[in-house]
Design a protein around this ligand. Structure first.
Ligand code: ZN
Length: 138
């Protein structure tokens, strides 16, 4: 069995951003040489997510509005976590949006359903954070 590990690094300009990381995952898959297997893609921070959905700007604004409705960033003092930190909302948003995805690899390609793309969801950005890509298979 082959295995390949790569870290993707991000430093967003805004506190919250959604970034399509599908091309970077495809590049890692190409380097792995795996034709049949699985790829795991996970956020390595508890205030960021990796998830699969549509690359459509209206939907991305809907995610932002929905998450702000569930766990508004402000006022900071509404959260017990925000004593030394101000990122309780980011922990909650990450939990809703998920930590990781697993995608099947078939004939050397990501075996997606229609419109599926992999996203990094940053909820407490403006600093260096990373995503793990782990490819296993033959
Ligand atoms: Zn925190």
């Amino acid at each position: 069995m082959k295995s390949y590990r790569k870290e993707l690094w991000f430093s967003t300009n805004q506190r919250r951003e959604l970034i399509n990381i599908t091309p970077a995952v495809e590049e890692a898959l190409g380097k792995s040489g795996v034709q049949e297997g699985m790829v795991l893609v996970n956020a390595m921070h508890i205030t960021a997510s990796v998830f699969i959905n549509d690359d459509e700007p209206g939907l991305h604004q809907d995610f932002e509005d929905w998450l702000e409705g569930l766990a508004p960033e402000k006022p900071y003092d509404q959260y017990r976590h925000n004593t030394a930190e101000d990122n309780a909302d980011a922990h909650l948003k990450r939990t809703v949006m998920g930590r990781e995805v697993v995608v099947a690899i078939t004939e050397g390609k990501l075996d997606f359903g229609p419109w599926e793309q992999i996203f990094y969801g940053e909820f407490d950005g403006k600093r260096r954070k990373r995503v793990l890509v782990k490819v296993i298979g033959e």
